[in-house]
Design a protein around this ligand. Structure first.
Ligand code: ADP
Ligand code: MG
Length: 236
């Protein structure tokens, strides 16, 4: 009986292991780095429903399309797997851009950045906020290649892809689209297609939004591999 490949050991064939985490209620029960566990405390102790449902999948590298209403804690559902993936790969400053997180608005991108700073404060990963309207685009261009995690609006990311010399996302490990349905509604679809066409195909992709609309599924078809569809509805 052949052994499963090394990748599969932490993925689909590890159903026994996966089900261990599927029943988890607390962050401390997950196989997270101590640095992340320390970053979550004291604010984050018990997982929200979308976090409980998605983290066991996303942490073992699967693509996820997650839907849960606003305020349900979707941010941590992608920030944690991004940090853990790069930490496990011992990602450092010379490895460049390891993850891109796309948000529909500057304001939301700013909030994601703050959350990343909080939860990732014990890690040495670098992060940059690339949003339109900031004046220091030239400084940004010099620094962007030394950032490990980019949080950006579609327009600004595309601007760097087009204008920044040596902008390199060839080592990208995880792509996140937050508020994926809004990104499509806002007419970002063309920009997104242009962005996605410049990203390596071998990567993990996480899509989160408030609703699982058809258009999100269209997007998923473009960029996700055999994704887990996770939909959490409030029951009360
Ligand atoms: P969404 O993106 O689904 O709208 P957010 O990620 O912005 O939700 O989270 C909404 C609020 O819930 C934030 O203030 C966040 O700090 C808080 N929150 C998220 N997860 C947890 C958790 N596991 N325990 C306590 N508070 C949480
Ligand atoms: Mg959100």
């Amino acid at each position: 009986f052949p052994h499963p490949p090394a990748d599969a050991a932490v993925g689909r064939t590890a159903d026994g292991e996966f089900s261990t985490y599927a029943g988890c209620k607390w962050f401390r029960q997950l196989p997270l780095s101590q640095k992340t566990k320390d970053g979550l405390k004291p604010k984050y102790v018990e997982m929200s429903d979308i976090q409980r449902a998605s983290l066991p999948h996303s942490l073992c590298g699967r693509d996820v399309l997650g839907a849960a209403k606003t305020g349900s804690g979707k941010t941590l559902a992608f920030i944690i797997p991004v940090i853990e993936k790069l930490y496990r790969l011992r990602w450092g400053v010379h490895d460049g851009v390891g993850s891109i997180i796309i948000s529909p608005t500057k304001e939301l991108a700013g909030q994601l950045f703050q959350e990343l700073r909080t939860v990732g404060k014990h890690h040495t990963l670098s992060a940059g906020l690339l949003i339109g309207g900031r004046k220091d685009v030239e400084t940004e261009k010099e620094r962007v290649n030394s950032m490990n995690i980019l949080i950006c609006t579609p327009g600004r990311l595309l601007q760097h892809m087009d204008e920044t010399p040596n902008f390199d996302c060839s080592q990208l490990q995880v792509l996140v689209l937050d508020e994926a349905d809004r990104i499509l509604d806002a007419g970002f679809r063309k920009e997104l297609d242009a962005i996605i066409s410049q990203l390596p195909k071998k990567r993990q992709t996480l899509l989160f939004s408030a609703t699982q609309t058809k258009s999100v599924k269209d997007l998923a078809r473009l960029s996700l591999k055999d994704p887990e569809y996770i939909s959490v509805h409030a029951e009360s």
